[in-house]
Write a protein that binds this ligand. Structure first.
Ligand SMILES: Cc1ncc(COP(=O)(O)O)c(C=O)c1O
Length: 389
């Protein structure tokens, strides 16, 4: 007999893998209120504080006044609203590509792009630490999937050789993230590009956690390394440093044309609200303006402050590479206990457990924002030092 839903939930609780929603009584910012308690928030991907930025709020309000709150249907069915078009033109300019297409989320962008590019006769090769949206996109499209250990160039190359020998007519897509969402480190991008080029494969690079943080004007890792022209498909989300909601794919004009025709999460889904597109456009304009650079500079200073306070995390030449800092504790119970202890002291630092990370690699995931004060960073570090010493 199948186990009941209640038994399944009990099992999750017994393994410290049960998750529950916490309602915020405040906006998503560095100081939040949860169940009547004020907490300092080190859990958000809003690295620049744009989720509550007045310029973005105003852009969303103006779009609501002009266009209303809904988009009516899929853009292919009922026409495309101006805010989506303007956003995509700006995204293409920002990411220095020919064209761009926006989706209702980064998750939808991953599913849509991989499903449009690959089917049963194709091959997708992923880094083992790729985000669930990329894994799900690869699995759903029915392609042959191969996984290489994190940043393992030799294994990547042997998968490409295997694809060449066993699927000579396949479209082969290599998938990686520029900044890994649970580890904060970078893909070995120049090396991966050199290898995929030798095998004539395409590269999908998910810049979700790099945009806004890395590269000139926060354009991402490909831009920082001067490799934009050699990344075939740039994916990203509007929901992290850009502070809003939605996802995108940037690339060549033909790629975007194909996605408009074939990406099921685009074709068969109502367009995101025009207000989200307008706010995301304002976020990119913010990043391109001097205020964006100032905000990123503050983020860099906060990250340096965190690294100074936690030198034992950055030994043996290990550097702070992004706004994500994992503190790996091992068992799920240890991460949950540490997160609860911090919560009791007024700090919201999430425990990340299986299946988001490997079973024995549960961790605290600390994210730093430009909006954290020096005092907030120093005091969380004081507590974290006891946990991670
Ligand atoms: C690396 C990565 N890619 C994609 C996504 C999905 O983006 P979104 O939250 O916009 O669906 C996320 C966010 O959870 C992510 O961390």
């Amino acid at each position: 007999m199948a186990i009941t839903i209640a038994q399944e939930l009990d099992e999750l609780r017994a393994r410290s893998l049960y998750r529950k929603l916490r309602t915020l009584d405040s906006p998503q910012q560095t100081a939040v209120e949860i169940a009547g308690r004020k907490m300092v928030n080190f859990s958000s991907n809003d690295y620049l504080g744009l989720a509550t930025e007045p310029i973005l709020r105003e852009a969303a309000k103006a779009a609501i006044d002009e266009y209303g709150v809904g988009s009516g249907a899929s853009r292919l069915v009922c026409g495309t609203l101006k805010p989506h078009v303007r956003l995509e033109e700006k995204l293409a300019e920002f990411k220095r590509t020919e064209a761009a297409l926006s989706f209702s989320s980064g998750y939808a962008a991953a599913l849509g792009a991989l499903g449009a590019l690959c089917g049963r006769d194709d091959v997708i090769i992923l880094d083992k630490l790729c985000h669930a949206s990329l894994i799900d996109g690869a699995k759903l499209c029915g392609a042959a999937v191969r996984v290489f250990p994190h940043n393992h160039l030799g294994k990547l190359e042997s998968h490409l050789q295997w694809a060449q020998e066993n699927h000579p007519d396949a479209r082969v897509v290599v998938v990686t993230e520029s900044v890994f969402s649970m580890d904060g480190d970078w893909a070995l991008l120049p090396e991966i590009i050199e290898i995929k080029d030798r095998y004539g494969a395409l590269l999908l690079l998910d810049e979700a956690h790099a945009v806004g943080v890395i590269g000139q004007h926060g354009r991402g890792l490909a831009d920082q390394l001067g490799l934009v022209g050699r990344v075939d498909i740039q994916m990203g989300t509007l929901s992290k440093a850009l502070g809003v909601s939605g996802g995108y794919i940037c690339g060549g004009r033909r790629l975007i044309e194909l996605l408009i025709n074939r990406a099921r999460s685009f074709v068969y889904s109502t367009a995101p609200p025009p207000a989200s597109a307008a706010a995301a456009l304002a976020a990119i304009e913010f990043m391109l303006a001097p205020i964006g650079e100032q905000r990123r500079q503050t983020l860099r200073e906060n990250l340096a402050r965190f690294a100074d306070e936690m030198p034992h995390l950055f030994k043996n030449g290990r550097k702070i590479m992004s706004a994500i800092i994992p503190i790996v504790l091992g068992p799920a119970e240890a991460a949950v206990e540490a997160s609860q202890l911090l919560a009791e002291k007024g700090y919201f630092v999430p425990a990340i457990r299986y299946p988001t990370v490997a079973r024995d690699a549960a961790r605290l995931r600390v994210t730093i924002s430009a909006k954290h004060s020096t005092k907030q960073i120093r005091s969380v570090c004081e507590l974290l030092r006891n946990i991670s010493a």
